[in-house]
Design a protein around this ligand. Structure first.
Ligand code: ADP
Ligand code: ASP
Ligand code: MG
Length: 819
């Protein structure tokens, strides 16, 4: 004989009831079956809402009752016809009429005791069991309705009643010693010794099934629900959760106690005691094998992972009892726990540090105020004498449990757990681990619950790790970057076990968001006009709301406003990769805020492409510094346009001609004066100077502009180019006179002794700078180690592809840190 329990999720509609009947019919071919049913999907919630509304005098309770009438009659109407429909309808209406009377009474009295609430909640199972049983009868399966009040005896703690196992066993065996057909038993409800209805707590039908199974010595207990089995985490919250084909009773108990709703926490115990396997099966997908819960894992199954699963309770509060008077005083804990037990306050989590100065407990939020009050009464005199501080309640918290039989004696589990949380900026408020080492529980801020579940899950279960990318800007660099990610993503998945998922893109007008990843082949169509959440702040808000783990923000804009939000991003523990110089070359306060945020945050901030695009300049500089080399000077050419102009000048051209040619070839900004001013070049030297630790502002970089004073303002580009020939002679002379000393000229920058300058400089013909060609960039590091022959980094210092390549490399650097 087997027990089949069908949850509310399996009984959501007439179609679902039919499916349940088919599952029972198939099961009956192999063995006898006792069926336990929950209320129809959502019904218990609606009953609860109607009663609490009625109690607080809200007339809205009536419409909820109407909805309940409608729901049940609708399903009955679809399941039955003719005479039987009439019979079932009469029975349903009679139950619903009783319900209406009771809830109306609650409304009139404005009083809802636990006893009355239990009575109201119990209607759900009574209605569903009647319908299922009648439907089975209609389909040639002998069946009878059985009210669990006849079977299960509890105490008078109406809402969460304690089962009297012995008395219940006797009753169950008496009623079901011999039976024909299929008993359909109401889950969730039971009776106090005087026969009043009690309930076994929310989700309690699983417990009913287990109690029946144990009492009747069933071969197996099958819990039919809406997922394929017990997963490594709630599949509705952790997308990559994996099905667990086998778990032990102990693991199931730990996981369900810590919030895995798929099985009621008390349901394991009776089955375990009787040695009956519990199966979790999907009524929506009967072909799935499901999960088998037994005392041990079959020996042929090798489990390599230390962790079996994780679960969470999304609403807990912490109570903290602390004070110097607690140290070394025996009996405080005993009084604390006895006091809570007397008032039936359930403790979800306990933690006490060895200093004995404080004990932290997690409890259900609905019991927090009561708990505070009774404990303050209990410890009144200690509080008056300042031996114990007034109790502190901390709200809006979640508890996460990491569970596994194999965790015992396996070093490194907690290290890995805390590392992944730390890198994602999730603060751990309290921790507890029992000496059986099967469960590490932690309390965190509830808004980080999903993020924590996902990053812990990824860390322990997945060989392939994810990073979530949000891009700002859709211009040249962003386009190249998307092309590169798209082309390389599969290789990264295969070779590096890394999945780079682009979850967001936005420019000032459009936005695309998808936590599962935007289709990079066709990202343009994903972009939709921004109707709300405007500006970078709006985008930031959307990214923060998602709160995905391993998030990296990528700035492909040249916007000062975007650079302004880097500190915010970092403080929200979102890593930043930027090709935009306006942060690191921004004004001192912004720069300082970014650096401060970086220090406070566990997120990373990388900006290699700020200087020389894809060339490894900042990394090289930091490697030199960090490995103890001393930088004597940095010289370099960090403008492709100015590099081109001076490389051509050295070949003998006229300055104004070369500028015109460069403009026509698209090497310059639309107005070449933007390049000739040296401003962009100066910003890069500012960044290098700051990187060396100098306290520089933009104005401290001595910058020689190549735009003559009189041509700076109020002059069209064409006029400017026409008049530029006036300076040709100066450049020709400068080159000639330098040549006499074995030198030439270049527009170059230099940092030495804390001072940065850029401008036209004389350089020896033998200098690497004199050997540049085209629009190449170059940085020359002269250091203690590289003194005789300086270290040179040279190559193209601009362009969408190389810049995007540099950005991509920064993303991968952060990814390898995060995962
Ligand atoms: P039923 O109505 O069948 O009793 P429940 O809603 O009580 O269904 O339980 C099933 C739900 O439990 C699933 O839909 C799933 O979202 C949730 N759940 C939480 N943790 C887990 C887990 N570790 N494995 C499977 N499901 C889980
Ligand atoms: N119907 C009850 C509830 O929703 C019991 C159950 O579903 O197991 O909590
Ligand atoms: Mg359930």
């Amino acid at each position: 004989m087997k027990i089949y329990k069908f949850g509310g999720t399996s009984l959501g509609s007439a179609g679902r009831v039919k499916k349940v009947a088919a599952i029972i019919a198939a099961g009956l071919e192999k063995s006898k079956i006792v069926v336990v049913v929950s209320a129809i999907h959502r019904v218990t919630d609606l009953l609860h809402e109607s009663a609490t509304k009625a109690c607080s005098g809200e007339s809205g309770y009536r419409s909820i009752l109407d909805e309940l009438d409608h729901l049940h009659l609708l399903i009955a109407g679809e399941l039955f016809s003719g005479e039987i429909l009439e019979k079932v309808t009469v029975a349903i209406r009679s139950e619903l009429a009783d319900l209406n009377d009771i809830v109306h009474g609650v409304f009139l009295l404005r009083e809802l005791s636990e006893k009355s609430l239990a009575l109201v909640l119990g209607f759900g199972e009574r209605l569903s069991a009647r319908m299922v049983s009648s439907y089975l009868q209609e389909h040639s399966m002998a069946s009878f309705y059985l009210d669990a009040r006849e079977l299960i005896v509890t105490d008078t703690n109406y809402g969460d009643a304690l089962v009297d196992t012995h008395a219940s066993e006797l009753k169950i065996r008496k009623h079901l010693a011999l039976f024909d057909g299929v008993p359909v038993v109401t889950g969730f409800i039971a009776a106090a010794p005087d026969g009043t209805l009690t309930t076994l707590g929310r989700g309690g039908s699983d417990y009913t099934a287990s109690i029946l199974g144990a009492a009747l010595g069933a071969a197996e207990i099958w819990i039919w629900t809406d997922v394929d089995g017990f997963f490594s985490a709630d599949p509705k919250r952790v997308r990559d959760a994996r099905i667990l084909p086998f778990i032990t009773y102990a693991e199931a108990m730990e996981l369900s106690h810590a919030g895995a709703r798929v099985l009621h926490p008390l349901a394991v115990q009776p089955a375990m005691k009787a040695g009956i396997p519990v199966l979790i099966k999907n009524s929506f997908n009967t072909a799935a094998e499901g999960t088998r819960i037994e005392s041990s894992i079959p020996s042929e199954i090798s489990r390599t992972l230390p962790v079996t699963g994780l679960s969470s309770i999304n609403k807990v509060v912490l109570l903290n009892l602390s004070g110097s008077g607690m140290v070394g005083v025996p009996g405080i804990a005993s009084r604390l726990f006895s006091c809570l037990a007397q008032h039936r306050i359930n403790i979800i989590f306990i933690s006490q540090a060895s200093s004995e100065q404080s004990i932290t407990l997690a409890i259900n939020p609905t019991q927090a105020v009561k708990a505070k009050k009774i404990l303050e009464e209990e410890f009144t005199s200690e509080i008056v004498f300042r031996q114990i501080d007034p109790l502190v309640i901390r709200r809006n918290l979640a508890m996460i449990a990491v569970v596994g039989n194999n965790m015992s004696g396996h070093p490194g589990v907690s290290a890995q757990l805390f590392e992944t949380l730390g890198k994602n900026g999730i603060n751990v408020i309290a921790v507890a681990q029992g000496a059986n080492e099967m469960n590490i529980s932690l309390v965190i801020d509830s808004h980080n619950e999903d993020k924590a579940l996902n990053c812990i899950h990824q860390s322990f279960f997945l060989s392939q790790r994810k990073v979530h990318i949000f891009i700002a800007g859709t211009g040249t660099i962003a386009k190249s970057l998307i092309g590169q990610i798209s082309a390389h993503r599969l290789n990264l998945q295969k070779d590096n076990d890394l999945d780079v998922v682009v979850c967001g893109m936005a420019n000032t007008r459009n936005i695309a968001l998808d936590d599962n990843g935007i289709n990079l082949q066709d990202w343009q169509s994903a972009l939709l006009p921004r109707t709300e959440h405007h500006d970078i702040e709006g985008y930031l808000q959307l990214i923060k709301e998602r709160n995905l783990h391993n998030t990296i923000f990528v700035d492909c804009t040249a916007s000062a406003k975007v650079a302004e939000v880097y500190p915010d991003l970092l403080l929200a523990n979102i890593s930043v990769v930027t090709a935009n110089k306006l942060g690191m070359a921004g004004c001192r306060p912004l720069y300082q805020r970014i650096r401060d945020a970086q220090r406070k945050s566990n997120a990373r901030f990388l900006y290699e492409t700020n200087v020389g695009a894809g060339l490894p300049i900042i990394n090289t500089l930091n490697d030199l510094k960090n490995s103890g080399d001393k930088i004597i000077s940095i010289e370099g050419v960090l403008s492709g346009t100015l590099s081109f102009i001076f490389n051509e000048l050295r070949k003998g051209g006229l300055f104004s001609d070369i500028v015109r040619r460069a403009q026509q070839a698209g090497y310059t900004e639309p107005d070449p004066r933007d390049d000739l001013s040296g401003a962009d070049f100066a910003r890069k030297f500012l960044i290098l100077g700051r990187e060396l630790g100098y306290n520089l502002e933009y104005g401290d970089v001595v910058c020689e502009t190549l735009v003559p004073q009189e041509y700076r303002e109020n002059m069209a580009v064409a006029d400017f180019l026409d008049r530029l020939s006036s300076v040709d002679g100066w450049y020709a002379d400068a080159i000639e006179s330098a040549a006499k000393d074995g030198m030439t000229i270049a527009y170059a920058g230099e940092i030495r002794d804390g001072k940065a300058s850029i401008g036209v400089k004389r350089v020896p013909l033998s200098s690497p700078i004199a050997g540049l060609s085209g629009s190449e960039n170059m940085v020359v590091f002269t250091t203690e180690r590289y003194r005789a022959t300086p270290l040179v980094v040279r190559g193209p210092g601009a362009g969408g592809e190389v810049t995007a390549g540099g950005v991509f490399a920064d993303i991968l650097r952060i990814a390898s840190y995060l995962v």
